[in-house]
Design a binder for this molecule. Sequence first.
Ligand code: FES
Length: 157
Amino acid sequence: MTPEENNDHKTTRRGFLELTLGWTTATAAVAASSAAAVRFLMPNVLYEPSARFKAGKPDEFADGSITFLDAERVFLLRKGNTFRCLSAVCTHLGCTVNETKTGYHCPCHGSVFDEQGKNVSGPAPKPLSWFLVTLSPDGRIVIDKNQVVPADKYLVI
Ligand code: FES
C-alpha cells in the first residue's frame, strides 16, 4: 500500500466517523423536537374536582342550620330564606375547622374564628372565606369556591 492509498483510507474512516456522528446528532435532535411537539399537544390540565358544585335543593336544609359539606370542606348556612357558604379551610395551614357554639375552631394549632369567619385568636392570619352561592335553573343551590364574596352577601330565595 502506498502512503497515498493509506491516506485515502484514513480520510474514508474519518469521513465515516464524521458522517456517523452527524447522523446520530441529527437523529437525537429530531427525536427531542418530536417529543417536545407531542408533549405540546397534550393538555396541561390538572384533573381536580370542580370548585363549582351543586349542594342540593334549598328545602333540604333546615332554617337556622349550619351544614358541613365534608367532600367540599365548606359550611352551608341557612337563615330564613337566605343562604351563605363559609370555607372550612383554616387560613393558617389548611386544616379543617370545626363548628363551635360561638364560631369555628381549628384543631391543628388552635385558631379561633367568630361566627362571621373572622380570625379572633391563634396563628390564622386572615378570616375564613365566604363563597358565592347561587341557584341553578333546576332549583338547586350552587356554590362556587372560585368566587370569594363579602360576608354579607347572601343568596335570597
Ligand atoms: S392550620 Fe389551623 S391553626 Fe394551624
